[in-house]
Design a protein around this ligand. Structure first.
Ligand code: ATP
Ligand code: MG
Length: 224
């Protein structure tokens, strides 16, 4: 069996709004392994983003534990958590969050600059990441000059550029045509073959065939 990268142990997420409580994710046990492309499906509001965000340490569980590469995140300081997110996890958000005043290339270089990679190397790696999502010809464009699908591809390049152990993508193909979506899924599957842990949320049943492992979320519960 391949290495476990992330584990959820009875991880639960509740939100309180006024006097109503929403259970976004019921107590969940899950292992995410290197070398595996996990596809997460389920209806809108079922808890997919919540699940992915817990794995990516973007949010923290109300109860239960998250373990990344052998360390419980509850035992890390904010600074250590920030480093973990920067270096080990590539996250593509459902709402694309490129930095508006930066070009495509600068957006992709950003995580490397934050990791103190030398500018020339950061540029070369960012160019390679953009090439892998077929965006070489849009390097100098600002986010507002790109289509939704192109912005998504830049966001994917930015998630991959640090060479993270775990890549988490929330609907990365939502604004893409099927051909471009398949190119992205191929790329993500290739990452899994390079022994990364990859998880992708999608609404598109045509992309389920790329999965090594298919997970369904319904009403805040995970069903394999
Ligand atoms: N910050 C929040 N505050 C309150 N409730 C929230 C919050 N974030 C999510 N929820 C609730 O948790 C539930 C699960 O949300 P989540 O975003 O995980 O769904 P999803 O499966 O990703 O849906 P979609 O396919 O529409 O993106 C929803 O009912 C949502 O209203
Ligand atoms: Mg979502």
């Amino acid at each position: 069996m391949s290495r476990i990268i992330a584990t959820l142990q009875q991880a639960t997420k509740r939100y309180q709004s006024g006097d109503t409580e929403i259970v976004a994710l019921q107590p969940t046990d899950l292992e995410v392994r290197a070398g595996e492309l996990m596809v997460i499906i389920g209806p809108s509001g079922s808890g997919k983003t919540t699940l992915l965000s817990l794995l990516g340490c973007v949010i923290y569980p109300t109860e239960g534990k998250v373990n990344i590469k052998g360390t419980y995140t509850s035992e890390l300081s904010e600074k250590q958590l920030a480093r973990l997110r920067l270096q080990e996890i590539g996250f593509v958000f459902q709402s694309i969050n490129l930095i508006a005043p930066l070009t495509s290339l600068e957006n992709v270089m950003l995580p490397l600059q934050l990791s103190k990679v030398k500018p020339a190397e950061a540029k070369a790696r960012a160019e390679a990441a953009l090439a892998s999502v077929n965006m070489t010809d849009r390097q100098k464009f600002m986010p507002k000059e790109l289509s939704g699908g192109q912005q998504q591809r830049v966001a994917i390049a930015r998630a991959l550029v640090t060479n993270p152990e775990m890549v988490l993508c929330d609907e990365p193909t939502a604004s893409l045509d099927i051909k471009s979506a398949e190119v992205i899924m191929e790329e993500l599957r290739e990452l899994a073959r390079q022994n990364k842990a990859v998880a992708v949320v999608t609404h598109d049943p045509r992309l389920e065939s790329f999965a090594d492992r298919l997970i369904r979320v319904e009403n805040g519960s995970v069903v394999e």
